[in-house]
Design a protein around this ligand. Structure first.
Ligand code: NAP
Ligand code: MG
Length: 490
């Protein structure tokens, strides 16, 4: 029998066909409507208003959730302020016990949370199952460990909690962003009022149910669903002592203006336009996987996405050939299918934003590449896209697209790579691919970015601080830095 040394052209070009492997949803109970979680109970909104949250993969309404108004915000902040008196005086060990319990229940209910996250937001089940939910539980687990060790976290200082934290999060990693916000706040002895994004409120409401199940003292965690105006009202409430916001730079600036002079503590985690830099000595196959993970993970709805690929000119051709061929193997479609790589775009509004920016790229003269793939008929979808012939001045090279769209630029020397990579108002993350350790260190020192990944991309760990420079915001989440944002130090 002859053994073929190389795959035939036919083999290379044949895409593997996979049978459908949908995750079951029958274990999940989504109510027709939800109320607000205030003072440990689900209560009717004062506003009497509700709005729909849809599954972006089908366009179908999943549930109606409450829209909190100013009176609801006031009720929630008052409940949190009442709870603060006893929660902040509880021993660290007792607080830890509560937070460990939240973490364990999230692990126990991981399957339900993953399916809910995927249905409400459109992300592939393998991502919510393997990344979002385990990382969210890990954040609670990690910060629970600090709750009784605050004096060791800040040696020779006397850490004190701040009070009520008002927290506003986006739709791209709903449960994970909730964990980044709530876990350190509770560990340090604060109480919280959190507003999830309009399009993805369901996992935060499931977390409210977990708080009840865990017997968390009433008012320590309050969840207010609502719109941008609910967020603005929460941020502006006079009894909120700490504001933590993750979202767009535009809204971040508004919040900074609104809180200026109020004495409120503020951290802002905003947008990004990260450079992913590939040198000619990089292991190419590994780099291709890193590029794909960097921009197509979570449909590119990632603040630290590697959306600007900077390639050393000498390897542009082989790299693009490999990248295009790899794109052809990505499976786009039903987010609940365990084989899906790229799911649904989170909302119609986001799809329109992506389409607008992609059209601007074509009009400005960039060359577009998209693999042939069938898209479902219903719901919101966008093909993985590569732009070449991109000038730094084009909108697709400057503005955050927040979709599965990669802009490819080139450089000749390391200095040019640094200059182009830093040529952005943002500064959240960067990636570097090279065989040389010295070059990694040289480049990391010169990058104006909060995180620089070397020969990898989009890696997260609760112990590692994350945050931006310039218009990507200020403050750090994760690790000791994340805890420091929730204490006053005497
Ligand atoms: P967004 O429009 O700024 O919304 C973020 C959150 O703020 C949502 O809950 C939103 O409510 C609320 N909001 C809107 N207007 C507000 C106001 N005036 N005052 C207070 N809250 C307000 O951002 P997005 O489009 O949802 O999220 C995408 C952005 O988040 C991207 O720019 C991305 O880079 C950034 N992001 C950053 C990080 C990071 O760690 N740096 C992580 C994830 C995402 P509604 O949902 O009702 O509009
Ligand atoms: Mg939704």
């Amino acid at each position: 029998m002859a053994i073929a040394k190389r795959p035939s052209t036919e083999m290379r070009e044949r895409r593997f066909e996979y049978a459908a492997a949908p995750e079951a949803t029958d274990h999940l109970k989504i109510a027709d409507s939800y109320s607000l979680f205030i003072g440990g109970r689900f209560v009717e909104p004062h506003s009497r208003r509700r709005f729909a949250t849809v599954n972006p993969a089908t366009g179908q309404t999943l549930s109606e959730v409450a829209e909190a108004d100013d009176a609801d915000v006031d009720r929630a902040v008052t409940a949190a302020a009442d709870a603060f008196r006893s929660w902040s005086r509880l021993s660290g060990a007792k607080r830890a016990r509560h937070i460990f319990r939240l973490s364990r229940l999230m692990q126990e209910r991981a399957r339900e949370l993953a399916v809910l996250e995927t249905m409400d937001g459109g992300k592939p089940i393998k991502e919510s199952r393997d990344v979002d939910v385990p990382l969210a539980a890990a954040h609670f687990f990690y910060y629970a460990g600090w709750a009784d060790k605050l004096e060791w976290a800040f040696p020779n200082r006397r850490p004190r909690p701040l009070g009520v934290a008002g927290q506003v999060i986006p739709w791209n990693f709903p449960l994970l962003m909730l964990a980044w916000k709530i876990a350190p706040a509770l560990a340090a002895g604060n109480t919280v009022v959190l507003k999830p994004a309009e399009t993805t409120p369901l996992s935060a409401l499931a977390f409210a149910d977990i708080c009840q199940q865990a017997d968390l003292p009433p008012g320590v965690v309050n969840i207010l669903t609502g719109a941008g105006s609910t967020g603005a009202s929460l941020v502006g409430h006079p009894d909120v002592r700490k504001v933590a916001f993750t979202g767009s730079t535009e809204v971040g600036k508004e919040i900074q203006r609104a809180t200026a002079g109020s004495g409120k503590h503020l951290t802002l985690e905003l947008g990004g336009k990260a450079a992913n830099i590939v040198f000619e000595d990089a292991p190419l196959d590994q780099a291709i996987e890193g590029i794909v993970n960097g921009i197509y993970f979570n449909q590119g709805h990632v603040c630290c996405a590697g959306s600007r690929l900077l390639v050393q000119e000498s390897i542009l051709e082989p790299l693009l050939a490999k990248l295009k061929s790899r794109l052809g193997t990505l499976r786009v479609g039903d987010p609940l299918d365990k084989n899906t790589d790229v799911g649904a775009i989170n909302s119609r509004a986001q799809l329109e934003k992506i389409e607008g920016l992609v059209n601007s790229g074509i009009e400005e003269g960039a060359e577009i590449y998209q693999p042939a793939c069938d898209l479902p008929e219903r719901g919101y979808w966008f093909r993985p896209t590569i732009f070449t012939n991109v000038a730094q001045s084009y909108r697709i090279a400057r503005e955050e697209i927040f979709g599965p769209v990669l802009s490819v630029l080139t450089f000749r020397t390391p200095d040019e790579a640094v200059e182009k990579a830093n040529n952005t108002p943002y500064g959240l993350s960067a990636g570097v691919w090279t065989d040389k350790g010295s070059r990694i260190l040289w480049l990391a020192e010169r990058m104006r970015a909060g995180v620089v990944w070397a020969n990898t991309f989009n890696r997260f760990d609760p112990t590692s601080p994350f945050g931006g420079y310039k218009e990507s915001g200020f403050g750090r989440e994760g690790g000791l830095h994340g805890l420091a944002a929730y204490v006053e130090l005497d």
